[in-house]
Structures are given as structure tokens and as C-alpha cells.
Design a protein around this ligand. Sequence first.
Ligand SMILES: Cc1cc2nc3c(=O)[nH]c(=O)nc-3n(C[C@H](O)[C@H](O)[C@H](O)COP(=O)(O)O)c2cc1C
Length: 211
Amino acid sequence: MNFKDLVEQRISTTHFDPNFKITDKDFLEILELTRFTPSGYNAQPWEFLLIQDSERLQKVYKIGLNQQKILDAGNIVIVLGNTAFGRTGTEEILKNWADYREFDKDKLSSLKASLEKERDNWKEREMTLRNVSLAAMSFLLSAESLGFATCPMMGFKQFELIKFLELPKNIIPVMMITLGKPHPEKTQPEKMPKKEAQAIGMKEGYGKRFF
Ligand SMILES: Cc1cc2nc3c(=O)[nH]c(=O)nc-3n(C[C@H](O)[C@H](O)[C@H](O)COP(=O)(O)O)c2cc1C
């Protein structure tokens, strides 16, 4: 499938097949494509947590504002981000820049300083949300390309999810994704309308605006 067909075909699925469980092998195949996502410093500060156990799904269903598709999909992916990637992953990140971009000592030490810089909590969150949101999008398209249905979700109680998953302070839930197969009989709602890209104006000295 070419990229145009893929993006046009992907929808946020409403009705999932309640009898489908994804295998670890297929899940890893999705991640095998997802891993090519770009990230600042190439830090790759994401994790994907797969929940399939029915008792835990019931809990996630409650935390996820009782959205029926959480139970129906049977496979819930919690996309997590590590806000402390600059401190916990520094050595590996630096090694890659030294090996693959031939960074000299000066460049490496300024990269290290930037990675380890003390940042406000919100700034660390913002960096993480940007990186991990891209990974979530890659996951949606990767899953679609392999024949799986998805729906991204931010409708969940964040603090309750953190508590339920016993996440350490530096790990934040960025997105929840329902994953599975479309229901074999139920018709999915019509595709949501998308704006046509067009030039919508220009502000002197700023450039053209689109959409
Ligand atoms: C960040 C984000 C959060 C979303 N949260 C929910 C959600 O909690 N529940 C839900 O049913 N759909 C959710 N959606 C799906 C949107 O409703 C859907 O993407 C939108 O209607 C466009 O439809 P499409 O994905 O089929 O193009 C979310 C999508 C995004 C990108």
C-alpha cells in the first residue's frame, strides 16, 4: 500500500472485534516500523505498554471514562514518555552521535550539557510530549499498514492511570491507543471530514499561512 492510500484509509475505529487478541509477534512487528520515528537528540524517549488481561482492562476502562472501545478492542496500548531522558539515556545518546555523526569533543560536550540541562518540569514534559506524540502517530500508521485497527485516545484520567500503572515520576502517559481488528459485522461510522489544504493568507514578514 502506498503512503497516500494508507493515510486516506486510516480511521479512528469505533467498533472493534471483541474476540481478537494481538500476539506479541504481531505487536513487535508494529513496533519494528514505529521505531523509525524521529526524536530530538535521537533520544527515542518512548515505551509502549500492552494491556490485554481482562481484569486490568476493566480498570483501564474505568480510568478511560468508560469508553466501550477499550473493552471491545481487547488490546490497549499505553504510550509512555520518559521526561528524564536527558539524564537517564545520556551515554547511549552521546555514543550514537560520536559514532554516526563523528562529533568531536567540543560538540559532544555541548550536546551533553544540553541533554543534562536543568529544565522546568513543564519544559521536560513538553519535550517528551512532542517526541512521543510523533511515535504514537507512527504507531497508528504502522498498525494500519499491517492490517490492524486503532483509535488514539486522550480521554483518560491521567493521575489515576499513573497510580494504576505505578509509574515513576519521570514516566508520563502520553496517549492511550485501542488496538485490534474492526468488528466483522458492525458498520463503522463515516470518515470524519478533513479540511482541504489551501493558502489562507499572509502576514507581512512572517510567511504564507496554510489550512
Ligand atoms: C490526541 C487525540 C486524542 C483522542 N482522544 C480520543 C478519545 O478519548 N476517544 C475517542 O473515541 N477518540 C479519540 N480520538 C480520536 C479522534 O476523535 C479522531 O482522531 C478524530 O475524530 C478524527 O477521526 P480520524 O482519526 O478517523 O481521522 C483522539 C484523537 C487524538 C489525536
